[in-house]
Design a protein around this ligand. Structure first.
Ligand SMILES: Cc1cc2nc3c(=O)[nH]c(=O)nc-3n(C[C@H](O)[C@H](O)[C@H](O)COP(=O)(O)O)c2cc1C
Length: 335
């Protein structure tokens, strides 16, 4: 068990924030596989301040049996403070706030937000202080190693954040310049947690149970953050939880289970977003359920190009089942 301020967490898995992916129904679906903490997609402070309709959707969610943090992005402590207050007025179920200090996308960094903040460690601390001045809820931060190889300054940023009263830090062990590719540098963060006063969550290429074990062993972090590795492989969460509970290594899911999971998530997304938008959003997620399975390539392509309705999802999943000799799943089924 570990804690974010006074909130207890009983899992070594944190579900990462991913823009365009970790919307409410995705988080709810993944919660059935077990995580202690999740974070919304990043939410623009100015979008909230200007009462933007789309932005407001990001902060709508119900209470789950896990903690949900709203991740804000911006660069001005006063605006971020205002945005946090707006969130608190609009949703009673927010457990904590997380500040995005790692996003590498130019649209975000050009305005001084995301990973640009790491160029100014003092500002990182000021942002945490500003939000803490208006709420007792925990305030956490997600950072990277630094801007590029020549400016690796995560230790300085961590110190500033800790001095400002941050309640947890997640670190994606790549620089801004490295974006999302290449091997993350967990090795640089050897025993990092031992020198910190607040919980540490480690992020970067957590695709397998062994990735999680290694990242935790090196850094002594309290938890791993599952991001791309959990997309289409929700069972990874179960594998990590079970291993850290009693040392058992659970099997990977079967193709039949993957088909069922893929349909279930599709249905949940349609319930949240409607069929038109839901199925378009799902085109980037659904094919991932079949990565690594033989005889599924042409179906993965179809999931990208043909997904229009729940019925079309069912048809493609049926074709995968039939080609692979899996008992027919959807005919007469209540799935
Ligand atoms: C599509 C996508 C969207 C992301 N959006 C966010 C975001 O909104 N906020 C954030 O802090 N990190 C975001 N991330 C970064 C992830 O949370 C994570 O730190 C990163 O992907 C590294 O983990 P991985 O290598 O296991 O995927 C995003 C990553 C991806 C792939």
């Amino acid at each position: 068990m570990w804690k974010i301020k006074d909130l207890e967490v009983n899992s070594k898995v944190v579900l990462a924030p991913m823009a365009g992916i970790t919307f409410a129904s995705y988080r709810k679906f993944m919660s059935e596989f077990g995580f202690g903490v999740c974070v919304t997609e990043m939410v623009s402070d100015m979008g909230l301040i200007y009462d933007n309709k789309e932005t407001n959707e990001y902060i709508k969610f119900d209470k789950g049996n896990y903690l949900t943090g709203v991740q804000l992005f911006g660069h001005d402590p006063e605006c971020l403070k205002k945005a946090a207050l707006i969130c608190l007025q609009k949703n009673d179920h927010i457990d904590f706030f997380d500040i995005n200090m790692g996003c590498p996308v130019p649209k975000v960094t050009d305005s001084g937000a995301g990973s640009s903040l790491m160029k100014n460690p003092k500002l990182c601390g000021d942002i945490i202080r500003a939000i803490k001045s208006v709420t007792d809820k925990p305030v956490t931060a997600k950072i990277r190693l630094g801007w590029n190889n020549e400016s690796i300054n995560y230790l300085e940023v961590i110190k500033e954040l800790e001095n400002a009263g941050v309640d947890m830090i997640a670190i994606h062990s790549r620089t801004r310049k490295e974006l999302y590719s290449g091997t993350p540098h967990h090795d640089l963060l050897k025993d990092l947690r031992k020198s910190m006063t607040v919980p540490l969550v480690i992020s970067g290429n957590i695709y397998t149970l062994d990735d999680a074990i290694n990242a935790l062993k090196i850094t002594k972090a309290d938890a791993v953050m599952v991001a791309r590795g959990g997309m289409g492989n929700p069972n990874l969460l179960r594998q990590i939880n079970q291993y850290f509970e009693d040392g058992t290594r659970l099997e990977d899911s079967s193709l039949k289970e993957q088909i069922e999971y893929c349909y279930k998530l599709g249905k949940m997304i349609v319930e949240e977003k409607g069929e038109f938008t839901g199925m378009r959003v799902y085109r980037t997620i659904a094919p991932k359920f079949f990565a690594g399975f033989a005889n599924t390539k042409k179906y993965r392509n179809r999931l990208v190009t043909e997904l229009e309705t729940l019925e079309s999802l069912k048809m493609i999943l049926n074709d995968i089942a039939e080609e692979n000799g899996i008992e027919f799943l959807f005919k007469n089924s209540k799935l």
